[in-house]
Design a protein around this ligand. Structure first.
Ligand code: ZN
Length: 181
């Protein structure tokens, strides 16, 4: 049985400055490496899933995103963390240019990226977990049948806590919780 920890990128791995595609704008969030090492110690594969409508909007290219992704992968490896897969959705239903303007199945809250990972890595999604900072992340996890879902952010940001989801102020709180669990 193979399980994964799915992480959103902007707002979970790095500070969400809006459409980040340059290395110089990419700032890791405190606690992300410790959290990932805990997941690895517990035999989770680590998968990053990210809506990147900046591509649909023409703010940056797939090549630019991939260059950043290689750099991110290397920074994780410097910290002893192996990222099994990165998936991103380059579409947007209304703001996209050309063929990237579409209703796709990969843009969260749709489960497409998670289901693709499931097939490629033979994952058991019921045993997997997801960390996100938006309700659309949590809904994608729910729509894919992921067992445990964790929402990161100020408690007052979320008017009502989604079902079957725990909310933590930050990654350090989440890691402390999981260490005790
Ligand atoms: Zn998509």
């Amino acid at each position: 049985m193979i399980k994964a920890a799915f992480l959103d990128r902007d707002g979970v791995v790095n500070i969400d400055k809006g459409y980040v595609y340059k290395i110089e704008d990419f700032q890791f969030i405190k606690g992300i490496f410790d959290l990932c090492r805990l997941f690895q110690d517990r035999q989770y594969k680590i998968v990053i899933i990210s809506n990147q409508s900046g591509i649909a909007r023409g703010y940056y290219t797939i090549d630019q995103l991939e260059e950043l992704t290689v750099w991110i992968r290397n920074r994780f490896e410097d910290q002893g963390v192996f990222i099994s897969r990165f998936y991103f959705c380059p579409h947007h239903p209304t703001k996209g240019i050309g063929r990237l303007k579409k209703e796709c199945d990969c843009r969260k809250p749709n489960p497409g990226m998670i289901l693709r990972a499931q097939k490629e890595l033979q994952l058991n999604l019921g045993e997997s977990l997801l960390v996100g900072n938006q309700l659309s992340d949590i809904d994608a996890g729910k729509n894919a049948g992921i067992g445990r879902k964790y929402l990161i952010g100020p408690k007052d940001k979320f008017k009502s806590k989604p079902a079957n989801c725990d909310v933590f102020e930050n990654l350090i709180e989440l890691k402390d919780f999981l260490t005790r669990a």
